[in-house]
Design a protein around this ligand. Sequence first.
Ligand SMILES: Nc1ncnc2c1ncn2[C@@H]1O[C@H](COP(=O)(O)OP(=O)(O)OP(=O)(O)O)[C@@H](O)[C@H]1O
Ligand code: SF4
Ligand SMILES: [Mg+2]
Length: 344
Amino acid sequence: MTDLPAEILRVKDLAVEFPTEDGVVKAVRGVSYALHEREVLGIVGESGSGKSVSSLAVMGLLPRGARVRGKISYRGDDVLKMSARKRRDLRGRKIAMIFQDPMTALNPVHTVGDQLAEAVLAHDLVPRKQALARAREMLDLVGIPQAEQRLRSYPHEFSGGMRQRAMIAMAVINNPDVIIADEPTTALDVTVQAQILEKLLEVKDAVNAAIVLITHDLGVVAGIAHRVLVMYAGKPVEIGDTDTIFYRPRMPYTAGLLGSMPSLETSGGRLRPIKGAPPSLINLPSGCPFSPRCPLADTRCHGEEPALAEVDEGGHYAACHHWDQLAAVADPTALFRTESEPVT
Ligand SMILES: Nc1ncnc2c1ncn2[C@@H]1O[C@H](COP(=O)(O)OP(=O)(O)OP(=O)(O)O)[C@@H](O)[C@H]1O
Ligand code: SF4
Ligand SMILES: [Mg+2]
């Protein structure tokens, strides 16, 4: 007997490629994870690491021409083998997505109420009046005051924070099991960011959903995610529960992301950004893709890409030949200490 929540979503060896004039972009190169009921999984990595593409693949929203391999299962059903109709039904009813920029997802020429009602009517044969009542209920839930009047507003009449609240309402209106939130607060200022994240968690609990929270900022997942998956150059390079990732990273890239967070105590509040840029996904360097930027890189790293391997009990995996060296240092972010920084 186990009292672990049931698994809802499983992604296995997901790979996505885009053939382009310059060559094949290997955007996602083998992503695997499982998501359980009501769980919050953070997916973190720099721009271009494949966070959005891997989620669009789950949603079935990749552009035409994208090549997808691997397996995506929703409650045991093979998503990539579903009919287009069944997939559309899954999207919106069971798996919903919140985008960074609500203006790309909200239609400027329809009222917020009409769009929310349409989201209900696309999946349920209910009278329009009932769909609008549900829309109103959702605006209340996401903390939009005077919901009845706001149903008649157009998206441009909302502030950035309000629009993102409306997007959350749209995502949860059909009671999904999974919400994929792709940088849901990046475009907002810091105070509004915190309010929106808090609201997202409240709403998630109200509808009993799990969340995949995508961000480039590890700080966003602290205190929110149960587990964190760190991506680099299209691959997961570390996965573990949130405390483990923050206090016992075993992949230098994770340590670099931690050092890029202004508030981290272990670096004495110092910023230690990772120098250099992520590699081209058309011409990946040989060996570990992080090797050109990694302070621990040696000949082995330049020649052989490390596989994701278990480094500790409790589901902690890292892709690094020298994770044990990182385990031996008290402050992993010190790897990225700048030359001018005094050694303390
Ligand atoms: N339609 C496409 N055609 C070609 N390349 C693409 C396409 N869509 C995405 N890519 C490339 O795939 C890679 C991964 O992109 P993705 O959008 O997943 O990154 P990301 O981690 O979400 O970054 P960000 O933090 O900037 O949102 C990038 O190099 C991107 O340029
Ligand atoms: S495998 Fe080598 S280059 Fe890659 S992260 Fe580990 S130490 Fe750095
Ligand atoms: Mg993205």
